[in-house]
Design a protein around this ligand. Structure first.
Ligand SMILES: NC(=O)c1ccc[n+]([C@@H]2O[C@H](COP(=O)([O-])OP(=O)(O)OC[C@H]3O[C@@H](n4cnc5c(N)ncnc54)[C@H](O)[C@@H]3O)[C@@H](O)[C@H]2O)c1
Length: 328
């Protein structure tokens, strides 16, 4: 973190992109006493007006109007992926701190340019790799750190669902805008695995595109090898109507397993000891509220957030690493 606080609380935030996640993030900001949303801009003027009314903030007619307003100290950027690079650069060059939705950008070069712009402007850049903060994912990392299953040896992660209809609509259907399923969705899984076990190389990958639309991989698998020798097998699908999310980690002293956004996490040790927890028992804050609180506290107090712009960059780099090894 190159940025040196202090700043005045509450941090005054502007929202660029008032679609699904932008408005969700705006509502999650509400309970935070250390931040306040002051304005909104969306390329869709009607949406700007509607969001401004709903959120009781200033509507801006142009992105420049938002960025030139000195009262805006930080920006939540929640526009489609292909816009993150240019808008993100503008935000940082106007001296605003940046919370950018994932993926940070569509190419590693653009990610690096954004990291460099944040460094040059001495502003915080955080990317919304929020999967880490969902309770079962968060707890898996805590248990690994506590060593309850010993040294991790092998991970199996499966994210399966039937999101193909979503990926046939609007910007998500266009690989030039969304980056396809790896950049638009599975950057979450690749970030989570790197958080668990560190940097990795992609040993092999295989993709399938059984349907013409959307025009990118719809089901893929990969074998990853981490620097510490552990391996991960990953399978992701947007064409599996049975769905399901599972993570299994086998270690030298036991194994742990969890489901995705609901369900349970459990471990069993080789000495027979077992434990199981639900998200309610884990009791972590609402993930989107929590990531915004980390961002706000990084800006106001210089606290180190659990993930930052570099993690967003590595998720993009790893998505490209998988794609580069992938045969169809
Ligand atoms: N972290 C998560 O779990 C999560 C969940 C959903 C979406 N996202 C990410 O958030 C981003 C937005 O996704 P969404 O589902 O909210 O999409 P969306 O289509 O619902 O909203 C995007 C909004 O951006 C606006 N927009 C497009 N270009 C713009 C521009 N140049 N300037 C200003 N506004 C512009 C659109 O008019 C639209 O209202 C994507 O990067 C997506 O990957 C993250």
């Amino acid at each position: 973190m190159v940025y040196s606080p202090p700043m005045q609380s509450p941090l005054r935030i502007g929202l660029i992109g008032a679609g699904g996640i932008g408005r969700h993030l705006a509502w999650q900001l509400r309970p935070l006493s250390e931040a306040v949303l002051v304005g909104v801009y969306d390329a869709n003027a009607e949406l700007t007006q509607r969001a401004a009314q709903e959120l009781e903030v200033t509507p801006y007619d142009t992105v420049d109007a938002l960025l030139q307003d000195a009262q805006v100290e930080a920006v939540i950027l929640a526009t489609p992926p292909h816009t993150h690079y240019e808008l993100g650069l503008q935000v940082l060059q106007h001296g605003k701190h940046l919370f950018c939705e994932k993926p940070l950008a569509l190419t590693v070069e653009h990610c690096d340019a954004l990291l460099e712009a944040a460094r040059a402007a001495q502003r915080v850049l955080m990317v919304g790799q929020v999967l880490r903060l969902f309770p079962l994912f968060w707890q898996s990392k805590q248990w690994l750190q506590e060593g309850v299953i010993g040294e991790p040896i092998a991970v199996n992660l499966q994210r399966r669902g039937y999101e193909i209809k979503l990926f046939r609509e609007g910007w998500r259907a266009d690989p030039a805008q969304s980056g396809g399923v790896l950049l638009e969705m599975n950057v979450h899984e690749l970030d989570y695995l790197r958080w668990l076990l560190g940097d990795f190389e992609v040993v092999a990958a295989q993709g399938h595109q059984p349907f013409a639309e959307p025009n990118f991989v719809q089901q893929w698998s990969a074998l990853l090898r981490f620097q510490n020798g552990a391996t991960a097998t990953v399978e992701a699908s947007i064409i599996d109507p049975l769905g399901g999310y599972t993570v299994r980690i086998v270690g030298t002293e036991g194994a742990l397993e969890h489901t995705g956004f609901s369900g349970t996490i459990r471990y069993k040790r080789t000495d027979g000891q077992e434990m199981s927890l639900t998200p309610e028992e884990i009791g972590t804050p609402e993930p989107f509220l929590w990531e915004l609180r980390f961002f706000v506290r990084a800006v106001l107090y210089g606290e180190t957030p659990p993930f930052d712009g570099y993690d967003g960059r590595m998720a993009v780099a790893n998505a490209h690493a998988v794609l580069s090894k992938m045969s169809l």
